[in-house]
Design a protein around this ligand. Sequence first.
Ligand SMILES: Cc1cc2nc3c(=O)[nH]c(=O)nc-3n(C[C@H](O)[C@H](O)[C@H](O)COP(=O)(O)O)c2cc1C
Length: 196
Amino acid sequence: MNSVVRTISVDRTVSADDFRGAMRHLTGGVSVITAGRGRDVSGMTVTSVSSLAVDPPSLIVSINRSASSWPLIQRHGAFGVNMLTADQSDIAERFAGKGGLKGVQRFAGAEWTTRASGVPLLVGALAALDCEVEEVIERHSHAIVIGRVLDVVTSQRSAALAYWHGEYVAIDREEDAARLAEVSLPSRHVHARGLR
Ligand SMILES: Cc1cc2nc3c(=O)[nH]c(=O)nc-3n(C[C@H](O)[C@H](O)[C@H](O)COP(=O)(O)O)c2cc1C
């Protein structure tokens, strides 16, 4: 396996505030990462999921190593990726730790299923992916986790939840299609609707 680690030397460091300010412009699809088995479970809201390769089906997610899900991912070598629909912002907030909810408490009020790996998968997510950990790269505060996709559960839902400028926004294929036609943008361009 090829790996190149460079020591970066910079004269001028970018402040955390400047970096955060820049990253607020990056629109991210919202997913919940799930880990563990039975009642020994936890999960976390993320925007860092990204596709790695189609062959073999694999993806990447960046996980803060202080998150409660991290030891569970390490112990079981598996995790779930649950892509949220526009009306699941309450689930996003629970899994971001709102209200001090911990572990299994975050799973209340939603329906969950399992596939081969045994991690909880959200019934009614846009798509839920059952993943096995293929490789972990620990860097700075985070772990870059490469997951091999073992199974995929999809739904017919079409409106996605995204995060942009510190707010949850909806991207709806049905509702936004008319506006897209009006402005004649290429089909990949979407219109985002604020949820608040
Ligand atoms: C919209 C949004 C996106 C997030 N994306 C990430 C992410 O990609 N990686 C990460 O480590 N934490 C991310 N977080 C923070 C985690 O959701 C949060 O720290 C975690 O749920 C707290 O975990 P714990 O209480 O289980 O330790 C994000 C939070 C929000 C609200």
